[in-house]
Design a protein around this ligand. Structure first.
Ligand code: FBP
Length: 285
């Protein structure tokens, strides 16, 4: 229990809120998120993640075990959250229901922790509504129980997806996803922001219903594709103050920028997420 509390405090920087830097896209989206038009060339080098996190400010760096293992010795001060499953986007969900399999066993992560890597938590994706939902739910449930016994916190990515799902960002489905994560025992649930056509504030109000449905499981939103920094911070401010999100989970909007810009944005996001800064205050950082 003491390990769990200290990991929780480290991950949330003693605020109870989460600033998660999502660095799992090298598997999820292959290299499309890291090289090409509109993406800073620095992003093609995986060490970019670690430079940003170490010079900037985040609660946890979330990525697959191997990515973390390759760089953690050079960046021992960071809090790591190991993503336990992943799949690539070559799996076309229009033709087949998605399944994201476990990549390694919890024991492998505990060995890594014993070797000195600062692993504070685990992540796992459930595709709700997929034909393989039952497998992912039971893997997630068992993982959470074991992780908690080992003092690790768990963030579930819960994405409604598959042939049975007509609209992945339907507000009622997102609220349902939040409740599923709570019932599995997750500490935080990461969802896509619900979509209400043409009205950003209505989307944030829909998010408030999902946050309430998540109960004692904190809800955070995926960042999505990169937009200008102020627009991103305004959206995040709405998610927190209207949608009652308990933090953020941002990937591309951070790492697709130059090191300087990305470092600055992590500080702005952290100020807004963890210290209730206004958008103007965050932009000025
Ligand atoms: P972004 O902030 O870049 O949107 O990352 C969020 C994220 O959930 C990643 O953690 C994950 O790899 C990816 O998006 C999954 O996206 P998709 O909806 O394409 O499966």
């Amino acid at each position: 229990r003491e390990t769990y509390i200290s990991n929780y405090l480290a991950a949330t920087r003693s605020t109870g809120r989460l600033m998660l830097f999502a660095c799992d896209q090298k598997v999820e989206h292959l290299n499309a998120d890291f090289y090409g038009e509109g993406i800073d060339p620095a992003d093609n080098n995986p060490e970019h993640f670690f430079r940003i996190a170490s010079q900037g400010c985040c609660g946890v760096l979330a990525g697959q075990r191997g990515l973390i293992a390759h760089y953690a010795a050079s960046y021992p001060q960071l809090n790591y959250l190991v993503k336990m499953n992943s799949k690539t986007n070559l799996v076309k969900t229009a033709q087949s229901d998605p399944y994201s399999g476990m990549l390694y066993d919890l024991d492998d992560i505990l060995l890594m922790r014993d070797a000195g890597v600062n692993v504070v938590g685990l992540g796992y994706t459930v595709y709700l509504g997929s034909d393989y939902e039952a497998s992912m739910l039971s893997e997630a449930g068992a993982l959470i129980a074991r992780a908690h016994a080992e003092g690790l916190l768990v963030v579930l990515w819960v994405y409604p997806r598959g042939a049975a799902v007509k609209a992945e960002k339907d507000p009622a489905l997102i609220a349902g996803a939040a409740g599923v994560a709570l019932c599995l025992g997750a500490d935080f649930v990461k969802v896509n922001p619900p979509k209400v056509d043409g009205d950003a504030h209505a989307s944030a109000r829909a998010l408030a219903i999902a946050s309430e449905a998540a109960g004692r499981c904190g809800l955070v939103c995926a960042g999505g594709s990169t937009v200008d920094a102020r627009s991103f911070l305004e959206q995040l401010h709405d998610q927190i103050h209207v949608g009652h999100a308990l933090g953020n989970a941002t990937g591309r909007n951070i790492h697709q920028r130059s090191l300087d810009e990305a470092v600055r944005l992590t500080k702005a996001i952290s100020a807004l997420t963890l210290a209730d800064a206004s958008v103007d205050e965050a932009v000025a950082i």
